[in-house]
Design a protein around this ligand. Structure first.
Ligand code: GRF
Length: 255
């Protein structure tokens, strides 16, 4: 199978990515740890009306729960460790090839503890998103919850953004706010953020999959949901005006 993984430029500083339409959006998810965000995407994808399904999971290390979550559901996995590559540039190229093998429409970095390099970003333009446990542009980097707490903020949260060459600097796709409590420590705040982060991720990725998205300067707009009917492999209907039906089958409908 092959499909176009580029984005359509619609202006000097604008791009649009259309939804696949006739099938669920293919996600490759990158993880480094527990993989609870991955699990949320796996769970959401079991409902065809979500519009996106995880087709592979990649990691930068072995022995993590995120990989086990994928394997237990029969999802292909790959591990690309920086230390196994000649240098960081080669790792980036190798990782981009690993990801491309699975022909993703969208790459989701979900707790992946490595900066993605130019080879990955060039291969999937406007199609790599990352979830971060703080309200960007505040508190980028590896210690978002700790930095927010140390700063004494009263509200923190989670951000989904399109990955660019910087550290957590890309265009913001979605955010969720989480109140900071007086008795919070880093662990309690991060755990509460992660609850909202998973909801945000599932909601935003689903809307992106169903409606596509466009990016103009700093602004990301997720397309309006089209009515999608994804049935069993025997019946597929797209939108409201076109319908393809092969044989008979169970029909699952959602708006
Ligand atoms: C998430 O909060 C993510 O934003 C951060 O690390 C956490 C990973 O959680 N970078 P999990 O592995 O998805 O459970």
């Amino acid at each position: 199978m092959s499909h176009d993984v580029t984005a359509t430029p619609v202006g000097q500083r604008a791009a649009r990515v259309d939804p696949p339409g006739d099938r669920p959006m293919r996600l490759v998810v990158l993880v480094s740890g527990a993989g609870t965000n991955l699990q949320a995407l796996l769970d959401a994808g079991s409902d065809p009306s979500h519009g996106a399904r995880v087709v592979a999971v990649g990691a930068d290390r072995n022995g993590i729960q995120g990989l086990e979550r994928a394997r237990s559901q029969g999802i292909p996995t790959f591990v690309r460790r920086v230390g196994d590559s000649v240098d960081r540039r080669t790792w980036d190229l190798e990782l981009s090839a690993d990801i491309a093998t699975h022909e993703p429409d969208l790459v989701v970095s979900a707790g992946f503890l490595k900066l993605l390099g130019p080879a990955v970003l060039a291969r999937f333009p406007h199609r790599v998103v990352n979830t971060h446990p703080a309200l960007l542009p505040s508190f980028p980097g590896l210690h978002g919850p700790a930095d927010a707490l140390a700063h004494g903020v009263k509200v923190s949260g989670a951000t989904l953004f399109v990955v660019d060459a910087g550290v957590d600097t890309g265009q913001i796709v979605a955010q969720r706010a989480v109140d900071v409590r007086d008795d919070d420590d880093v662990a309690s705040l991060h755990e509460r953020i992660k609850v909202s982060e998973r909801e945000m991720l599932v909601d935003a990725v689903g809307r992106m999959a169903r409606g596509g998205w466009s990016i103009t300067d700093r602004k990301v707009t997720i397309g309006t949901d089209r009515k999608v009917t994804i049935g069993t492999d025997r019946q597929v209907a797209i939108g409201t005006d076109r319908k393809v039906a092969i044989g008979t089958g169970r029909k699952v409908t959602s708006a």
